[in-house]
Design a protein around this ligand. Structure first.
Ligand code: NAD
Ligand code: UFG
Length: 337
């Protein structure tokens, strides 16, 4: 019996592969390296077992997918594989719809054809936009503001319809803002080019690859004027996936949306201060205009995850910054260093 992890060489997939191995599962990783590399698979194997199966394939390739299901006894699937850059999705909408929806539909079809019923899907708190009520619960209204966001919204709907009609049970995990790295510092986030996201940018400033952080907006209605997010340690997130598979194995049926967040919001300036503490020196920054499309504040109500999955986060913003810095400092140029 094995767990198929699509996008398994990526940031969240690699940490989840380690958590799955630690839970005693056999893991089959699948990735096309469109946003990752073979070195990540080597690093996962070094932390787990040199025998962890890896298949280099595009998830939209049905023959390749059939061969994975035929050659391994897959009983459950975690589906991470997707393009994820909001700005790029506005420039290349068809690439995003093709990859993210094509992958999800192809995978769900292959699962049904091969009799595999348990699926955990990577969704995002981006489906909430700016919620009226914070902390946000799973029953809040959903929508999207970018092609990327629409691919998550539409994938959720596709899976909801598929679960209603077919022998398929799904948990839609709505992640808040994953940061941090495995405590070993040997796997972590390795963005291509200049990072879009706050913590990878801050850490590249800290390591000297970038000159200074631009803080997007200081006139929000928050205690220090900068925007608030719910940052979650990627290892807590990985453990949430194991808990989700266990809930499905325990008989949870249908299609269930679950927030994976900490319930704690941090401003941009609070993150920068925690990063400076972890790094041990000041991180240069300047305040600039708001970034188009950003919301003011969001954090999760994680109660449903605790009730449904028995999961709760255990690492705080200082743990996140310590571990992200440990990865960045050990690998200043990511996996290619
Ligand atoms: P990532 O880019 O590091 O990992 C995704 C992996 O999928 C990459 O290794 C990429 O090569 C692979 N991939 C993409 N398309 C593929 C295809 N057609 N076939 C095979 N492999 C393919 O991203 P991540 O941060 O690990 O995110 C994982 C998932 O979580 C994504 O679905 C993303 O949208 C979602 N998510 C991420 C965040 C975040 O901030 N990181 C937040 C919310 C949701
Ligand atoms: N920020 C800066 N400077 C930067 C980068 C970010 O001030 O250089 C600010 C942003 O304006 C925002 C906060 O830091 O206020 C967090 O920004 P991120 O880009 O790290 O994260 P977002 O909340 O904008 O979005 C991310 C992913 C989305 C995902 C969402 C929820 O990019 O794909 O988290 O998981 F949907």
């Amino acid at each position: 019996m094995a767990t198929l992890v699509t996008g398994g060489a990526g940031y969240i997939g690699s940490h989840t592969a380690v958590a799955l191995h630690e839970s005693g599962r056999e893991v089959v990783l699948l990735d096309n390296f469109s946003n990752s590399c073979a070195e990540a698979v080597d690093a996962i194997r070094a932390l787990t077992t040199s025998g962890m199966a890896f298949v280099k394939a595009d998830l939209r390739d049905r023959d390749a997918l059939d061969s994975v299901f035929d050659s391994h006894e897959i009983t459950e699937v975690i589906h991470f594989a997707a393009f994820k850059a909001v700005g790029e999705s506005v420039e290349k909408p068809l690439d995003y719809y093709d990859n993210n929806l094509g992958s999800t539909i192809g995978l769900a079809r292959a699962m049904v054809d091969h009799g595999v019923e348990s699926l955990v899907f990577s969704s995002s708190c981006t489906v909430y936009g700016q919620p009226d009520v914070i902390p946000v619960t799973e029953s809040a209204p959903t929508g999207a503001e970018s092609p990327y966001g629409w691919t998550k919204y539409m994938s959720e709907q596709i899976l909801r319809d598929a679960c209603a009609a077919l022998p398929l049970n799904t948990i839609l995990l709505r992640y808040f803002n994953p940061v941090g790295a495995h405590e070993s510092g040997t796997i972590g986030e390795d963005p291509n080019g200049i990072p879009n996201n706050l913590v990878p940018f801050v850490m590249q400033v800290a390591v000297g690859r970038l000159e200074k952080l631009r803080v997007f907006g200081s006139d929000y209605n928050t205690p220090d004027g900068t925007a608030i997010r719910d940052y979650i340690h990627v290892v807590d997130l990985a453990e949430g996936h194991v808990a989700a598979l266990e809930a499905l194995a325990g008989g949870l049926s249908g299609c269930n949306a679950v927030n994976l967040g900490t319930g704690v919001g941090s401003t941009v300036l609070e993150v920068v201060a925690a990063a400076s503490d972890a790094v041990g020196h000041h991180i240069p920054s300047e305040i600039v205009d708001r970034r188009a499309g950003d919301i003011e504040k969001i954090w999760a109500d994680p109660a449903h995850a605790t009730e449904m999955l028995g999961w709760t986060s255990s690492r705080d913003i200082h743990d996140m910054m310590r571990d992200h810095w440990n990865w960045q400092r050990s690998n200043p140029n990511g996996y290619k260093s």
